[in-house]
Design a binder for this molecule. Structure first.
Ligand SMILES: Nc1ncnc2c1ncn2[C@@H]1O[C@H](COP(=O)(O)OP(=O)(O)OP(=O)(O)O)[C@@H](O)[C@H]1O
Length: 295
């Protein structure tokens, strides 16, 4: 099966400042992919190329096999985007906007929309402009899901959502992709939300792909080992091998795709004694911070 999204050697500059440098990755059909990275890493630039707001300096993106800047109407109808700003038509209420949108989409499925709306604490006549930020996001989500797209791209869906709405959003997305036929790309800084959602992750760092792998390999393979700090311990970051040593006051840590034996060998090779080395549990967010840095 051909990829649903394919970014090929994307390079983009704003003036003479590089934002993306030779970035390549793909989203396979039926998968949920998290595009992650610290502030300014290049995620929105990529999304803007995908939705053809931006033309890259070089390289290209294919969406459902077509160039992202030359999508046919048929292919456009198979893609839903949730980008900042959500809904422009704030003067409608939820019923009016549903009727308005329904005319543009051949596969429109109102039940998906109204199911989600039934979970919101709003009155039927309430205008979208008077709803809270989180409620407007849910309306936007409902309007996208009702289009029944094969591919949905969410840029920073979590902005302004409280934990309850974030949870609802995640559950709705998971259910939507449950049949394994729809594909989803999302960006978010709330890494813990993605822990049990994403199948794949692509992590950017300063406009380059730092890591691109199945989330299970990432979740299960990346480990943290703690050991007592001694004078021999110094901070060290080997981005190419994804190995990091963090010196703490009393306890230090080694992070990497390493089993315990490889962790001992790694420290020994660095001249760091660690007789008390022990594995410690690690979350997806810890992993992200270990790989991309705290500051
Ligand atoms: N219109 C622009 N003009 C100049 N520089 C820009 C412009 N848009 C983005 N940049 C710069 O390009 C780099 C990548 O920005 P981008 O918005 O793609 O990052 P991001 O990963 O989406 O960040 P965030 O998580 O903070 O939204 C940043 O250094 C940013 O300052």
């Amino acid at each position: 099966m051909p990829p649903v999204i394919e970014c090929r050697n994307l390079t983009h500059y704003y003036g003479d400042k590089p934002a993306l440098q030779d970035v390549s990755w793909m989203l396979r059909p039926g998968r949920i992919c998290g595009l992650l990275g610290r502030n300014g890493a290049g995620k929105t630039t990529t999304i803007n190329i995908l939705n053809s707001f931006l033309t890259p300096r070089s390289g290209r993106c294919l969406l459902l096999g077509e160039d992202s800047h030359q999508l046919t109407p048929r292919t456009k109808a198979r893609i839903g985007y949730l980008i900042e700003g959500h809904i422009q038509y704030g003067f409608f209420n939820i019923r009016q906007i549903e009727r308005f949108y329904s005319r543009f989409y051949p596969n429109w499925t109102p039940a998906i929309y109204y199911h989600l709306m039934s979970k919101l604490d709003i009155t039927p006549r309430q205008r979208i402009a008077t709803m809270s930020c989180g409620q407007r996001s849910q309306v936007a989500l409902g309007l996208i899901l009702a289009q029944n797209p094969d591919l949905i791209i969410f840029d920073d869906y979590s902005m302004g959502l409280d934990p309850g709405y974030r949870r609802l959003f995640i559950e709705v997305i998971r259910d939507y992709a449950d049949d394994g036929k729809r594909s989803i790309l999302l960006t978010s800084h709330i890494i813990q939300d993605l822990e049990n959602l994403i199948d794949d992750c692509v992590i950017y760092q300063r406009g380059r792909v730092l890591l691109d792998m199945e989330a299970d390999r990432f979740r299960n393979g990346f480990r943290k080992y703690a050991f007592a700090t001694t004078p021999a311990v110094a901070d060290a970051h080997d981005d190419a091998r994804h190995i990091h040593v963090e010196r703490g006051e009393k306890h230090s840590a080694l992070y990497g795709f390493l089993d315990e034996r490889a962790a001992r060998d790694e420290l020994a090779a660095r001249g760091i004694p660690a007789p008390d080395l022990r594995p410690e549990p690690i979350t997806l967010e810890d992993t992200f911070i270990a790989l991309t840095g705290k500051y």
